[in-house]
Design a protein. Structure first.
Length: 366
């Protein structure tokens, strides 16, 4: 096995694929990448047994073969080589020799047969999505995923494909984020799956590098997102996601329209003196204004009044300020719509200019 490749062409897919590999592994081969040469095309595969990413790149002077090499060392070597350098790889006597200019190194290898493969059974459905729109859908909801919750199905994202749209839903039990992406062509079948947290993060990272369409196929145990040069496969979480429709309040009669940037800055200033552990902030709503106030165990306090479009009854409610800030950071419009009912009900936050996302934040007692 041997091949030559330009550093820049090689480095981009190498960085993506190596990012999947965990630094601490129980199996030595999982710290490696599988390199496979076929018809002057190199495929690089990295996996942690939950997510598998394959990157492809065209190479020259190639001889077919396959081997696994340490991911981190290969990436570090290629990063340190000069820009636009040509790199030659030659497999000899069980070691991979790397040459570029006056530089020469050899890496240890493990047999390709030891490398685990992910299930690639026939999918139940496939859809072509615009890569930028799909990334935006995930970005709008991923922040609400739980982290290390005992309810393991919350440590991920629900992806629902039905009725001509793809819906993403994430919740940690205290807040919920829901996004919708309409499909150009409706599918005959519907599917509801839970992506694990790492799978969502790796898809977001991959989509950042892609343009054009990405093919998404969903099977019984795996979801696969593929383009011409990359194929990412992630295991699905085996569990039942809560009925998110029941969490969204429908009876709110107090509708507030605020300037997003003004509200975001006021929250940031006021939050400085909130309790560092609970992050509580008091929101007092009255005609034409929203008063934000916070205090902490050191008896320090802050308050600020934000002008808003509101003419209803007065209301006082407490929220975790971080949850409000997270929502405002993913809303595109210059304004934000907040719908409330009473001091014990969750707030529904929406983008008035786009009806494709809904956020629910539960109140907290202060």
């Amino acid at each position: 096995m041997k091949f030559s490749v330009n550093r820049e062409l090689f480095l981009r897919p190498l960085q993506q694929v190596a990012g999947v590999v965990e630094r601490r592994q129980t199996l030595p081969v999982l710290a490696n990448l599988l390199l496979r040469i076929n018809d002057n095309r190199l495929s690089m595969t990295g996996t942690d047994l939950e997510v598998e990413l394959i990157g492809k790149v065209d190479v020259a002077n190639a001889e077919s073969g396959e081997i696994t090499v340490p991911a981190r060392k290969l990436l570090d070597i290629c990063r340190e080589l000069p820009e636009k350098a040509d790199i030659q790889f030659i497999l000899a006597d069980g070691r991979l020799e790397i040459r570029s200019g006056r530089f020469r190194s050899t890496l240890s290898t493990l047999p390709a047969n030891d490398f685990p493969s992910v299930d690639h059974s026939d999918p139940d459905l496939s859809a072509a999505l615009d890569s930028k729109s799909f990334k935006k859908l995930l970005d709008k909801t991923a922040f609400a995923m739980a982290q290390q919750d005992v309810r393991y199905f919350l440590n991920g994202m629900l992806l629902e494909i039905r009725d001509g749209h793809v819906r993403s839903v994430a919740t940690d039990g205290h807040r919920l984020a829901l996004g919708d992406l309409h499909l150009e062509t409706a599918l005959d079948v519907s599917k509801q799956v839970i992506l694990p947290r790492k799978g969502v993060i790796e898809i977001q990272r991959l989509l950042q590098e892609l343009d054009g369409e990405v093919s998404v196929s969903v099977g019984t145990t795996h979801l696969c997102a593929s383009s011409e040069m990359f194929t990412l496969t992630t295991k699905l979480v085996d569990g039942k996601f809560p009925d998110y429709e029941r969490v969204i309040p429908r009876d709110g009669d107090k509708v507030v329209i605020a300037d997003k940037q003004e509200l975001r800055q006021a929250l940031s200033r006021t939050a400085i003196l909130s309790n560092e552990k609970f992050r509580g902030i008091r929101v007092a709503l009255s005609a034409g204004q929203l008063q934000l106030s916070a205090n902490n165990p050191e008896q320090e306090e802050a308050e600020e009044i934000v002008s808003v479009d509101y003419e209803g009854e007065s209301l006082e409610v407490g929220f975790n300020v971080t949850y409000l800030q997270d929502v405002l950071s993913v809303i595109d419009d210059d304004r934000v719509r907040i719908t409330l009912n009473d001091s014990n009900s969750s707030a529904v936050i929406e983008d008035p200019g786009h009806e494709d996302a809904t956020y629910v934040v539960m109140p907290m007692k202060l």
